[in-house]
Design a binder for this molecule. Structure first.
Ligand SMILES: [Zn+2]
Length: 385
């Protein structure tokens, strides 16, 4: 989606400038816990102390509010209120008794099928992912093929006596994968290769997933389903505020670190660097991103696999790039009042139904009537310039 080198480097450098002052304040807060001036190898330890002291949340207390079936049904309810789409569970034999399938309707028209296989079990691959199985398209006779997709997770297994209680991180993961799934399932494009998640630019493909996961921190959304599984008490505003504070703990410092990785990866691919030039490049970037001098024995660059592996070469910036799109569209919806949002309906029509048939640059312009505003990523992270 990014057009040239300049737009990527300029984008990243602007985020550095806007995060730097707050990162300095964050470091001061960490420094207070140590009598000695902090060295690079101290920060992880003292940050952890600070987190425990001021920003920590007790996952076990939260779990009781995130019973798996409640969360899934609540997420469907949220999607219904946001986009007017509905999921109806269907009865069919699947590969495991803990897997479920749903038909997806838009205004009573059947559009797709979703499979959920959310619980950990022996021999199941770890992690969480969305897999696009069939893609919306038409053949040469004009026959329509509907889309289908899987969301696979490894949440705690439920039993007759024990509920599957999720961490809030798990809820975020489920929303994230659901963002990918509806991007694939709601496509109305007829060409297989550019329908759903097919053909979407690398630096834009995480836009719909990150867009949806942001809602997992919104009080209006959480209160739809985050009820205590034994007492039915609804999660309090105070608990939600703590979640957000914990998410944004040292966020400007974390932002600088990710920007350091992104610029290093990107610049490393802009010419052939030889010998010491690699270290010199990294040192020159760290002058802008690192508040404490990195120890000379630190050879981070020798183990940073993203510079060539996993399809990321010169692509690490794509995380931040997509985060800007998602934060920007997200706040548009939130500021309109979430469930009264016209942007949400446009997002469904333009982004979710549009697949990869047009550049995301074009779709975003159609959605927002302007280019993405990076300030909203700062706002999402609680960074104020
Ligand atoms: Zn993703």
């Amino acid at each position: 989606m990014a057009k040239d080198e300049h737009s990527v480097v300029g984008f990243l450098e602007k985020l550095i400038t806007n995060s730097y002052e707050q990162a300095k304040e964050e470091l001061k807060e960490v420094q207070k816990l140590s009598a000695e001036p902090l060295q690079s190898f101290d920060t992880a330890y003292y940050s952890e102390l600070l987190k425990k002291e001021k920003y920590d949340i007790d996952e076990e207390v939260y779990r009781a509010y995130f019973e798996q079936r409640n969360v899934v049904n609540g997420m469907f309810k949220f999607l219904n209120k946001l986009f007017g789409i509905s999921f109806k569970q269907i009865t069919e034999d699947l590969w495991h008794e803990k897997a479920f399938s749903y038909d997806l309707y838009v205004e009573d028209k059947l559009r797709a099928r979703l499979y959920l296989d959310l619980e950990a079990r022996e021999s199941k691959r770890g992690g969480a992912w969305m897999h696009n199985f069939q893609t919306h398209c038409t053949n040469e006779d004009g026959d329509e093929q509907l889309a289908s997709a899987f969301i696979v997770c490894n949440f705690p297994a439920s039993s007759d006596t024990n509920a599957s209680l999720l961490r809030h991180d798990d809820v975020v993961t489920l929303f994230h994968e659901m963002g990918h799934a509806i991007h694939h399932l709601l496509s109305n494009i007829n060409e297989n290769e550019v329908s759903g998640v097919n053909g979407v630019e690398w630096d834009a493909v995480e836009f719909p997933s990150q867009f949806l996961e942001n809602f997992a921190y919104e009080p209006k959304v959480l209160k739809l389903f985050a009820t205590h599984h034994e007492t039915n008490e609804i999660i309090s505003d105070e608990m939600i505020t703590k979640l957000v504070r914990s998410k944004n703990f040292l966020s400007a410092s974390a932002m600088l670190r990710q920007l350091e990785f992104s610029i290093f990866d990107f610049k490393l691919h802009s010419k052939i660097y030889q010998g010491d030039e690699v270290q010199n490049l990294l040192d020159s970037i760290r002058k802008k991103t690192s508040l404490i001098k990195t120890a000379s024995y630190n050879k981070f660059q020798n183990g940073f696999a993203h510079i060539f592996a996993g399809g990321y070469a010169a692509g690490y910036y794509s995380y931040k790039w997509a985060e800007v799109l998602s934060a920007d569209a997200f706040f548009s919806v939130v500021d309109e009042g979430i469930f009264d949002s016209t942007t949400a309906k446009k997002y469904l029509d333009i982004v979710l139904q549009g697949g990869g048939a047009k550049s995301m640059d074009t779709l975003f312009q159609e959605l927002m009537g302007r280019k993405a505003n990076p300030d909203n990523l700062l706002r999402l992270n609680g960074i104020f310039k």
